[in-house]
Design a protein around this ligand. Structure first.
Ligand code: ATP
Ligand code: BTN
Length: 329
């Protein structure tokens, strides 16, 4: 964190969207103009668009509302730790699982190594999206974890609906979609032994104001390199301004209550809630499992959280971490 403190201080000044000269920033931080310029390059490598204009100084493409530890702590019912720059919020909690209690949250502005399922990358530019994870100790053990990622997805979409956001759907097993494009992903990871209680980390990345023409973070990923169509919540809301602290707090509280509910009731009652929101229900899809592919009409999920597909052989159910669902082009 310390190594990033100068960059974070500069970003705080720039977050108002106004011009700030290198000289002024340098004076405020007690560093040279050359050092400011070096830090600006570092900020750009996090995926932030900073413009530099001669004799005027530096300016962000748009004002940026930074996450605020104090506001978040006031608004949520669980302990939350804001670490602005991190490798992965999921990894941070997994590394500390033994000393955590259920509900503990880590949230970040930028992930150097954000990840999705099966080691894929989660593109995580600074300040424009949400990246958060919650630790949960699940006494029901690892076997119950599959249902949990479905339950979390349903709870998050319902919370967005309560805020008036329409048109957000679910793709089995772990994605939120808007207009057939990926808006958010949920990643449940665990440590623990089969049969014993599981240490779970439930991570969520949601695009809020990511722009198509935004610079990519420099960890070798371009936004264009996201290998599938993606969306931002600002499109669903129809506005470019989102109160990130309030939204993050609402989503954290939603996660907490969804996990409590899941602990008490399991998947009971969730199937119909999922099916109402299923992006592909009734549509032709492919299930990809290694080099095997199954085609059929998506029929939602069953009580075990398996995806149901009507094929030429009849109604089939599939469950497991290695399965990818795709529209049938
Ligand atoms: P499945 O899990 O069903 O195979 P998936 O292709 O969405 O679906 P995941 O592992 O769930 O795979 O998610 C990681 C993928 O998400 C990446 O390979 C990339 O294509 C995409 N991705 C990465 N970052 C983002 C982002 N910020 N917004 C939307 N999509 C992203
Ligand atoms: C997916 O679609 O495969 C899941 C993406 C999950 C991304 C989030 S961002 C916060 C948390 N930390 C990570 O490294 N990944 C998850």
């Amino acid at each position: 964190m310390k190594e990033h403190s100068a960059k974070l201080s500069i970003l705080k000044y720039l977050s108002d969207g106004e011009f700030h000269s290198g000289e002024d920033l340098g004076e405020r931080l007690g560093i040279s103009r050359a050092a400011v310029s070096k830090h600006i390059k570092g900020i750009q490598s996090w995926g932030v668009d900073v413009f530099s204009v001669q004799r005027k100084g530096y300016r962000l493409a748009a004002p940026m509302q930074l996450l605020d530890q104090q506001q978040l702590s006031e608004l949520v019912s669980v302990p939350v730790e804001l670490i602005s720059v991190i490798d992965s919020t999921n990894q941070y909690l997994l590394d500390r699982a033994d000393s955590l209690s259920s509900g503990q949250v880590c949230i970040a502005e930028y992930q150097e190594k954000g990840r999705g399922r099966r080691g894929r990358e989660w593109v995580s530019p600074f300040g424009s999206n949400l990246y958060m994870s919650m630790y949960w100790r699940l006494d029901a053990g690892m076997a119950a974890a599959m249902g949990l990622s479905l339950v979390v997805g349903v709870a998050i979409v319902e919370a967005l609906e309560k805020m008036g956001v329409e048109g957000i759907k679910l793709k089995w097993p772990n994605d939120l979609y808007f207009e057939d494009r990926k808006l958010a992903g949920i990643l449940v990871e665990m440590s623990g032994q089969a049969g014993a209680a599981a240490n779970l980390v439930i991570g969520m990345g949601m695009n809020l104001m990511m722009q198509n023409n935004q610079q990519a973070p420099s960890n070798n990923i371009t936004l264009q390199g996201i290998t599938q169509p993606w969306a931002s919540l600002s499109e669903a809301i129809g506005a470019d301004v989102i109160d990130r602290n309030k939204l993050a707090a609402t989503l954290i509280n939603t996660l907490d209550s969804a996990l409590r509910e899941y602990e008490d009731c399991g998947m009971t009652g969730f199937v119909s809630r999922w099916n109402r929101l299923d992006n592909f229900i009734g549509r032709e899809v492919r299930l990809i499992m290694g080099n095997k592919e199954i085609k059929g009409i998506a029929q939602g999920i069953n009580e075990q959280g398996a995806v149901l597909i009507k094929t030429s052989q009849g109604l089939e159910s599939y469950i497991g971490g290695e399965i990818s669902l795709r529209p049938s082009v």
